[in-house]
Design a protein around this ligand. Structure first.
Ligand SMILES: Nc1ncnc2c1ncn2[C@@H]1O[C@H](COP(=O)(O)OP(=O)(O)OP(=O)(O)O)[C@@H](O)[C@H]1O
Ligand SMILES: [Mg+2]
Length: 315
């Protein structure tokens, strides 16, 4: 069983319109609403790939049924911690040419009781799992070292921890020596203070993170694929798509692929292949943060995986 701690559950609204005109009154072509947030994306993608998964996250009374039902339809065991305040509402505006504008709600400010309950629920869930994924922003009210503390606790139980975070939370996670982190280009640049655009910069970043104790550091560069370091070699994996429909959530699906690969004991290059296929599969579809297993399977052979720095150049 893989446990996902993705506390900041959201209700996502996807509004499609012709061309966004700031300041104007506009009519939407379609409006859809569904449970979202990084925890939901990662957990439902892990389930789609066929691994048992449970998600610990926030819920409110009006949305408990809809979130639990959606998660159960998708094969995820959802442990929803209910709070008095409303769930985060996130708005995505998609224009005809595919451009997306997202407006993210800051989300609820949690009470001490809700925070404690989330942590206790996660702790209980760990009893029955082999790997832990922590994904997304921490709800307001949590200290920025919360993920780092959970990573240390999971390590003391002998459990691998894969983390997708940013800013100060990510900085502290690195010091806790997690198994995997996967910042994107911007998050990585913010973490180390230099741009991460080229293979050489990615290599410098990954070696630095490895030296700081991250067991398998990764960085994702959108359509340029991902780089990873296994302690010996730097690898690059990518899949060129003719057309991307919606790449929001590709990082979440990438991380889900990595978690599944870890659970199955895949070699590092094959893990990257699966993760990149998941990221690309997400970008090919309309929905944010979800993939079909059959599509991922069909993409696997098309992913180009290359060792870009031979073991002899080890630092
Ligand atoms: N347009 C695309 N074409 C092909 N692959 C893509 C595309 N966008 C993303 N991917 C794949 O998905 C991976 C993760 O994407 P990205 O770097 O955009 O993550 P992210 O910024 O963390 O996304 P999010 O936080 O929205 O989930 C990339 O490394 C790449 O392998
Ligand atoms: Mg991301």
């Amino acid at each position: 069983m893989i446990t996902v701690g993705g506390f900041n559950t959201a209700i996502d609204r996807l509004v499609t319109l012709d061309v966004l005109q700031p300041g104007a009154v506009q009519r939407a072509s379609t409006v859809q609403s569904y449970p979202g947030g990084k925890g939901v994306h990662v957990a439902q993608t892990i389930a789609a790939l066929g691994e048992p998964v449970q998600l610990v996250g926030l819920v409110d009374a009006p949305h408990r049924n809809v979130v639990t039902r959606r998660m159960s339809e998708r094969g995820v065991l959802f442990h929803g911690v209910e709070m008095g305040e409303g769930l985060r509402q996130c708005l995505a505006l998609r224009e005809r040419d595919g451009r997306m504008t997202e407006v993210l709600d800051p989300g609820p400010m949690l009470t001490t009781a809700t925070r404690d309950q989330l942590l206790r629920t996660l702790e209980r869930a760990l009893d029955s799992s082999e790997a832990l994924v922590l994904s997304g922003s921490l709800p307001r009210g949590f200290e920025s070292d919360t993920y780092a503390k959970i990573v240390r606790h999971a390590a003391s139980l002998g459990m691998a921890c894969l983390v997708d975070a940013s800013g100060e939370t990510l900085r502290q996670v690195v010091d806790a020596r997690p198994c995997v982190i996967k910042p994107n280009r911007d998050e990585a640049g913010q973490l180390v203070g230099y741009p991460v655009d080229t293979p050489a910069q990615a290599e410098t970043l990954l070696r630095e993170l490895y030296a700081r104790g991250v067991v398998r550091p990764l960085v994702t560069l959108g359509e340029q694929g991902a780089f990873g370091f296994d302690g010996e070699s730097v690898w690059h994996a990518s899949l060129a798509l003719e057309r991307s429909m919606n790449a929001v959530g590709s990082g979440d699906c990438f991380l889900a692929g990595m978690a599944v690969a870890y659970q199955r004991g895949l070699a590092f290059d094959e893990s990257l292949r699966l993760a990149v296929a998941c990221g690309a599969a997400n970008a090919m579809g309309e929905e944010t943060g979800f993939v079909e297993r059959s599509l991922v399977q069909s993409l696997l052979p098309k992913v180009r995986v290359q060792r870009i720095v031979a073991p002899a150049r080890r630092a």
